[in-house]
Design a protein around this ligand. Structure first.
Ligand SMILES: Cc1ncc(COP(=O)(O)O)c(C=O)c1O
Length: 465
C-alpha cells in the first residue's frame, strides 16, 4: 500500500495529534486554500511572502502583528515543528561548553541540540508518581532546593529550560519558577508545545501561558495544541536576556531554505483563527465540553486522571491491571486511536473538533475491555533512578561524536552511552550520550521494556574505549 492510500484510511475515532482532528477543526481560511487546485498554493519565497527571518513581506507582517498583540518583542513561525524551534532556542542561549539547567523530562529535541553543539545539560530531577507513572508538576519549593544544590560558581550556567504543560497536561507553578530564574538573571525557555491554546483563553480557568508570564523564549507546537498542520510551530521572545541577533542566527541553523508556503500559511491561520470571536467561542465550547466528558466518565467509575489540560483524557489502565501499551492495542483494534500509551495509562487527545460521540464509543469499549480474558496483572512502575542534580560524566557532544560500538542493552552495564535511548511518544530520553549505565539505570530501563516493545531487545551504542 502506498503512503498516499494509507492517508485516506478511516478510523472510528481519531484521538491523536494533530489536534485539528483530520481536518475537521482546521481554520476556515486554510480549508478554503486547500480547496483551490491542488498544489496551486505551493509557492517559493517570493518577495511578497518572504521567510520567517525576513524584515519585509507577508510573513514578517503577520509575525509583527501577532507579537504586538501578545506584547512580545517578536515571534517566528517554524515549519520544523516545536522541535526545530526549541533547538534554535537552545543554541541561542548557550555556546559550546556552557551549561543549561533542564528537567529530567525534557524533550529529545533539546538533547539533540545539546549533543550537536556540546551544550552541557545539567539535569534536575522531577518528582514522580508511582500511582500514575507520570512526572509530577514542579513546585516552587522543589525548584528552590534544586537551585540551592547547584554549583553556580564553577559552572557557567547560561539559561534554564522548563517544560509546561507536560504531554499529559500537568502544569507547574510556572510564574514562581520563572521568577526564581530571573532573580539569578538566567533566561528561561519554556517548552509550551502542549499549551499553545492557553494563550487565547484567559477566562476559562486554564493555566496562564508562559508568554504572559514573561518567559524569555516560548515555543508552541501549533499542530499539537492549536489547529495547525503537522510541523507547524511558533517561537515567541521577550525581555533582554536573549540577544535577538543570536536568536535569528540560531533559527536559520534549523530552518530549511525552502519553507513550505502551505505550512507557513497554516502557522498564520491557526494563530489568527483563535483571535476571531466566532471561532474562539466555538473552541471555548469544546474546552467546556471536554470538562463535561471528563466528569461524566468519572461518574461512571471509569478511572481517569485529572490534569490541567481538559483536552487530554487519561485512562488509568493500571487500575484494572492492564498496561497502557496493551490497552492501546485493544482500542486501536476497535477503531479508537489514542495518542500516548505509557506503562500505567493511555492518553486520548480530544483536539478541537466536536467529540460528543467520543463518550459513547469510549464507554462501550471500556466495558468490552473489562470483559477481556483475564490476563490482568499488577502493573508496577519504578521511580526513575536520577540524582537531584546530574550531568553526563563525559561531555555530551564528545560522547556523541566518539567512536562507539553497538551492544545489547543487557551487556551495557558500566559502559558510557554514546546514544539517546528514548521511547516516542512521549520523547523523553531515559539515557543521553555521556551518561554511565549503572545498575539502577539498567534495571529501570529493563523494567520499562517489559511493557514497551520499542525498548524490548534494544541495542545501544556505547563508547568504544
Ligand atoms: C514536550 C514536548 N516538546 C516538544 C515536542 C516537539 O513537538 P513537535 O512535534 O511540534 O516538533 C514534543 C513532541 O512530542 C513534546 O511532547
Amino acid at each position: 500500500m502506498s503512503i498516499s492510500s494509507f492517508l485516506t484510511k478511516k478510523f472510528l475515532k481519531s484521538l491523536f495529534f494533530p489536534a485539528h482532528n483530520r481536518g475537521k477543526a482546521l481554520p476556515k481560511n486554510l480549508i478554503k486554500l486547500l480547496k483551490e487546485t491542488p498544489g496551486f498554493w505551493d509557492l517559493p519565497e517570493l518577495p511578497e511572502i518572504g521567510t520567517p527571518m525576513s524584515k519585509k513581506g507577508l510573513i514578517a507582517q503577520s509575525q509583527k502583528l501577532l507579537s504586538e498583540k501578545f506584547n512580545t518583542k517578536g515571534c517566528f513561525f517554524g515549519v520544523n515543528g516545536a522541535s526545530g524551534l526549541l533547538q534554535s532556542g537552545v543554541v541561542a542561549m548557550a555556546n559550546p561548553g556552557e551549561y543549561i539547567l533542564m528537567p529530567r523530562n525534557v524533550h529529545i529535541s533539546v538533547i539533540r541540540a545539546c549533543a550537536m553543539q556540546n551544550i552541557i545539560p545539567i539535569f534536575f530531577d522531577v518528582e514522580f508518581s508511582i500511582e500514575t507513572g507520570h512526572y509530577k508538576p514542579l513546585k516552587k519549593e522543589w525548584f528552590l532546593t534544586v537551585f540551592e544544590n547547584i554549583d553556580f560558581k564553577n559552572k557557567k550556567i547560561v539559561g534554564v529550560i522548563l517544560v509546561n504543560p507536560y504531554y499529559q497536561g500537568y502544569c507547574s507553578e510556572l510564574e514562581a519558577l520563572i521568577d526564581i530564574c530571573h532573580k539569578k538573571n538566567l533566561p528561561v525557555l519554556v517548552d509550551e508545545a502542549h499549551g499553545s491554546y492557553f494563550l487565547f483563553c484567559e477566562n476559562l480557568n486554564l493555566p496562564k501561558s508562559a508568554v504572559m508570564l514573561n518567559a524569555d523564549l516560548v515555543v508552541h507546537s501549533l499542530h499539537k495544541s492549536l489547529n495547525g498542520l503537522t510541523q507547524t510551530g511558533v517561537l515567541w521572545y521577550k525581555g533582554n536576556l536573549i540577544e535577538e541577533e543570536n536568536l535569528i542566527k540560531s533559527l536559520s541553523l534549523f530552518q530549511t531554505t525552502s519553507p513550505s508556503s502551505l505550512l507557513l500559511s497554516s502557522c498564520e491561520e491557526s494563530l489568527k483563527d483563535w483571535q476571531n470571536i466566532d471561532s474562539l467561542s466555538r473552541y471555548q465550547e469544546r474546552i467546556k465540553e471536554a470538562r463535561i466528558i471528563f466528569e461524566k466518565l468519572t461518574k461512571k467509575d471509569i478511572p481517569l486522571i485529572d490534569t490541567q489540560d481538559p483536552l487530554k483524557i487519561i485512562l488509568n489502565t493500571s487500575a484494572i491491571g492492564i498496561d497502557g501499551f496493551s490497552a492501546d492495542k485493544f482500542f486501536y483494534k476497535n477503531g479508537l486511536i489514542a495518542e500516548l500509551p505509557e506503562m500505567m495509562t493511555l492518553t486520548f487527545c480530544l483536539g478541537f473538533s466536536d467529540q460528543k460521540d467520543f463518550m459513547i464509543h469510549f464507554e462501550k469499549l471500556w466495558k468490552k475491555l473489562l470483559l477481556e480474558p483475564k490476563k490482568f496483572k499488577h502493573i508496577k512502575v519504578e521511580k526513575p533512578p536520577f540524582k537531584l542534580i546530574d550531568t553526563p560524566e563525559i561531555e555530551i557532544g564528545t560522547a556523541w561524536r566518539n567512536k562507539t560500538k553497538i551492544i545489547h542493552l543487557s551487556e551495557s552495564l558500566g559502559k558510557i552511552s554514546g546514544d539517546i535511548i528514548c521511547p516516542y511518544p512521549p520523547g523523553i530520553p531515559l539515557l543521553v550520550p555521556g551518561e554511565r549505565i549503572d545498575k539502577k539505570r539498567l534495571n529501570w530501563i529493563e523494567t520499562q521494556s517489559l511493557y514497551n516493545e520499542d525498548l524490548l531487545n534494544s541495542y545501544i551504542r556505547v563508547l568504544d574505549t
